[in-house]
Ligand binder design. Structure first.
Ligand code: FES
Length: 135
């Protein structure tokens, strides 16, 4: 493993993201609510560039006390990234798919040090392995 400084934390929008390319893989680095999250840019479904998709609030169904649906609304607390290939959505704070417990993005270590964002990623000769999603 190696540590890589990818630049000032202040250059990230919030919410925002950057895709960082390495020799044989990419990492999506997200900033949400002042915190940073990083994942291998490889969808557990079929290998699409999940981290490059749209960033949107999770859609929640509003259920009345009588258990009837009152429609849908955008979450005020959860942001998802949507894989551009087939639409799997992943919680940016956890990397998990809401409806498929085994589908999640592979997390990478990220921290802010002296104002810069520092990633911990595999060495150049290592091939990072994505999390598997069982159908
Ligand atoms: S490859 Fe990401 S949803 Fe299919």
């Amino acid at each position: 493993m190696r540590e890589v400084n990818i630049g000032p934390a202040s250059e990230f929008a919030d919410p925002g993201r950057k895709i960082v390319a390495f020799e044989n893989f990419e990492v999506g680095v997200f900033k949400v609510g002042g915190a940073f999250y990083a994942y291998l840019n490889h969808c557990p479904h079929m290998g699409g560039p999940a981290c490059q998709g749209k960033i949107i609030p999770k859609v929640d169904e509003v259920i009345a006390p009588d258990r009837t649906s009152k429609g849908f609304e955008f979450s005020k607390t959860q942001l998802n990234v949507v894989c551009p290939w087939h639409g799997f959505e992943f919680d940016i704070r956890t990397g998990k798919h809401a409806g498929h417990s085994k589908a999640r993005l592979r997390p990478m270590k990220v921290r802010v040090e002296s104002g810069d964002v520092v990633l911990t990623v595999p060495d150049a000769r290592e091939q990072p392995v994505a999390e598997a999603a069982e159908a």
